[in-house]
Design a protein around this ligand. Sequence first.
Ligand SMILES: [Zn+2]
Length: 219
Amino acid sequence: MTEGLEEARESESSSASSAVAQKHRTSMAVWNVPTPIEHGARFNPRIGVRCDDGCVLSGATVEVLDDAGKRAATGTLGPDPWGGTPDLYWAEVELRAPVDDGYHGWSAGFPQATVASFQHDQASQAFGLSTTKPPECTVTVGVTDGDTREPVDGAYVRLGLHSGYTDESGSVKVALPKDSYELVVWKTKHKMHRNTIVIAKDEDIRVELTGCKVCTGLA
Ligand SMILES: [Zn+2]
């Protein structure tokens, strides 16, 4: 059972002296990152770390690095594992989104640390932030079935980075900044709808989906 683990350790620390105790391996998770996020908005991602040997990691430090590698926040792992997990210790950190449009590749890190009297290897986990201007318009997308003329409930509607699902009346409201967007609408057993629209004011858009018995929605 430990065979794979031994191998992985060996390849990572082949230059280390055999007299030095092997470090415990750690891994990380990042969640609660909104997407897209408005320029400059505050958000509170959760950073989790677990030790392969099941150590209690409470009190250890985690950090978040921005896309320039600059430390954007640090946090301290809390007293209890994340609900439903035996050993994922976590911290909530406060961050502020960049003020320019686009995709930002950030990462969370667990610096090499001694916790619970054991040396722990460093770990990191990348996460992405897609930033957007604050919304200026509300777009209502109404989806009907072109064959039955009935509203389509639960259709996935995406405008650029913004998305949602239609309600039982077949419509969904999406708030977004003025821009040009690719509109994609899909639902199983229908052909996917895709077109480009320019949004400069509040809009009401109607989309008719064509039935298709074999379409998964992605086809
Ligand atoms: Zn450990």
